[in-house]
Design a protein around this ligand. Structure first.
Ligand code: SF4
Length: 345
């Protein structure tokens, strides 16, 4: 079924099949703000099948952020989660992920001549997209091939990247799989996703936004972010009391990483506490006991949300630079930059 204004396809037949297999009695439906108009469609299907439906009103930012605790609190037998693909290998209750695809490739294909123009001077192009555009990637690749480019679509990788070329704000392994064979990347969907690619790759990244019909090289934005991040590392070095933030969101919880960081920081003369939260909010960062913070939740909080916070919110890789275990040049433009695991050094 196609939803009106933003034309995202919600495959109701998948919901029917899932109900047949799970046989739920009560379901929690969850969608990010931009896709909440899918909820009435899903509730209709559930009503028709005699399944009790509840709607989660908590924000959700990714497949990492599934409302498992809410579902348990209301004694639901499962969750239907819209807008994202599965992030964790398993969950304690059945979850149907409905990513939702844009039905019409036309806004993307209309941008092809502009993209071809911007890619002049390159010959080998790596292609990736947010999940909502992955179904149209091969058509767009053909447009670029017809214009003379060699095009590689990133591979499916691991459990999180289930579509060829799919990118997440914290996972660019599909692009990384072809990085060695391309001169630059084109990332379709949003500046947010293209910027992330620019932060973990030394290749230039062109952001293509079909909805706004914009195509923009990310270089300036990447440079600006790096310079802000380096300034935050400097401020962190002058701090002593550190709060290491751990989120309880199912796919964002990295308690083992937080423990390792605490021990590392203490060995380098810092006082560090592990702080448990759901959302990373301004009141938490304004907490007067801490001079600076380390982020083990969604890595993009340190990039997109740092401006809201008055204190440094470092990524684990940046902490390694702050304590002198890694050089800045060893993390920028590399996968480790947004990584939530520590290298052995
Ligand atoms: S970028 Fe953040 S919100 Fe998005 S999937 Fe990764 S951890 Fe979740």
């Amino acid at each position: 079924m196609v939803l009106g204004s933003n034309e995202v396809v919600v495959p109701t037949e998948r919901i029917e099949e899932w109900i047949d297999s799970v046989k739920p009695r009560r379901i929690l439906v969850q969608a990010p703000l931009g896709l909440r108009n899918a909820i009435p469609l899903i509730i209709n299907v559930l009503d028709r099948r005699g399944v009790e439906a509840y709607v989660s009103m908590s924000p959700t930012w990714g497949g990492c952020d599934v409302a498992v605790r809410e579902a348990r609190d209301i004694d639901a037998d499962g969750i239907i989660h819209v807008g994202h693909t599965q992030f964790l290998a398993s969950h304690p209750l059945p979850i149907l992920f409905i990513e939702g695809w844009y039905s019409d490739p036309e806004p993307l294909l209309r941008l092809a001549p502009k993209v071809v123009e911007l890619l002049r001077g390159y010959s080998k192009v790596g292609l990736g997209a947010t999940v909502q555009w992955t179904t149209h990637l091969s058509k767009f690749a053909d447009e670029l091939r017809n214009a003379g480019f060699s095009v590689l679509i990133g591979a499916q990788e691991g459990i999180r990247i289930i579509h060829s070329g799919q990118v997440l704000g914290c996972d660019y392994s599909s692009l990384k799989s072809v990085e060695g064979n391309v001169d630059c990347f084109v990332v379709i969907g949003s500046v947010f996703h293209a910027l992330g690619a620019g932060l973990v790759s030394d290749r230039r990244v062109l952001s293509v936004e079909p909805e706004s019909q914009r195509a923009t090289w990310m270089d300036d934005m990447v440079r600006k972010i790096y310079s802000q991040r380096y300034a935050n590392i400097r401020r962190f070095k002058e701090s002593r009391r550190i709060g290491i933030i751990v989120s309880v969101k199912p796919g964002q919880m990295h308690l083992g990483l937080a423990r390792k960081l605490k021990s590392l920081l203490e060995r380098h003369g810092y006082d560090a506490d592990i702080l448990i939260t759901d959302e990373v909010s301004e009141p938490l960062i304004m907490e007067s006991r801490y001079d600076a913070y380390v982020n083990t939740a969604c890595p993009r909080l340190s990039i997109e949300d740092q401006a809201r916070f008055s204190k440094p919110l470092l990524l684990p890789s940046e902490v390694m630079v702050a304590i002198g275990r890694l050089k800045w040049e060893e993390i920028i433009g590399k996968k480790i930059y947004l990584s939530l695991s520590l290298p052995e050094v």
